[in-house]
Design a protein around this ligand. Sequence first.
Ligand code: BMA
Length: 330
Amino acid sequence: MNRNTIIGDAVPNMPWEEKPEECTDVVWRSSQNPIIKRNIFPSSNSVFNSAVVPFGDGYAGVFRVDLKTRKQTLHVGFSKDGINWDIKEERIEFIRTKEEIEPFVVGYDPRVCKIDDKYYVTWCNLYKGMPTIGIAYTTNFIDFYQLENAFAPYNRNGVLFPRKIGDNYAMLHRPIDSGEPNHIFYSESPDLNFWGNHRHVLKPDTYWDWVKVGAGPVPIETTEGWLLFYHGVQKNCSDSVYSFGAVILDIDKPWIVKYRCEPYLIAPVELYEMVGDVSMVCFPCATIQDAETGRIAIYYGGADTVVCVAYTQVDELIAFIKNNPFVKDN
Ligand code: BMA
């Protein structure tokens, strides 16, 4: 296999398990799933849809915790190995960079993106009770400085690119919240404050994602383009089913989809994905990858209750995406 497909850092101590012999899929689950259970501290109802990054000689993360009050809050965690986490019971208290920025009330589904020397957190931020994209940055995972919301409501699943595209910061997001279908868009900003150059990226189209799509983890830069995992929703007689799949976006014009994989990569089939506060949900929010070996660990929420990990190998995955292209039937 050709290595060095991922353009990025070597992370030799990243969490990893070899593919089980009996597994015929391109993405496989950790044998330690769920790696984070729901009751990590007394006030926690559930921990899921959370984001982790390499930090120092280990890892740091921003975790979605739904409290026993059912309030959705964001909490910092640290880990030596990416699997065993120490998550703080006190929620993140954002330092507002402007008086006009509304104090944090409720936030969920964080992503964390390192750009240069800062770690940016984007999350679904309730503004006057309506979801939009909150942005903050930290350098130490202690002090978090909150910026203006990126957009007016409704918007969710704001995911930054890990470097500028041309001269601008870039973000994937989903501007529609109620009503269907929900599409992924791309926007740019010179300063993370003013956003424009809006482009359409992806619409719900396959059989497993026909109701909604939303960007998942921060896109991974590869020699083939940006590898983006995304969640998709299918509705059936009894439920919404959240699975995730992948697309490869053009490296210079990331609103252009080069390859879209027809089958999902992970769908809810394990008990911790099928049974929980919301059944039938696999919701990816982060990856850790090693450019040297091409290993990727995908962090995803299970059934809106727990945090899980799945693994894949970049070359095998890219070959799978190319060999299983989505072609519309009608
Ligand atoms: C979405 C978001 C996610 C959640 C999913 C399934 O709309 O609220 O946080 O995981 O629904 O409940």
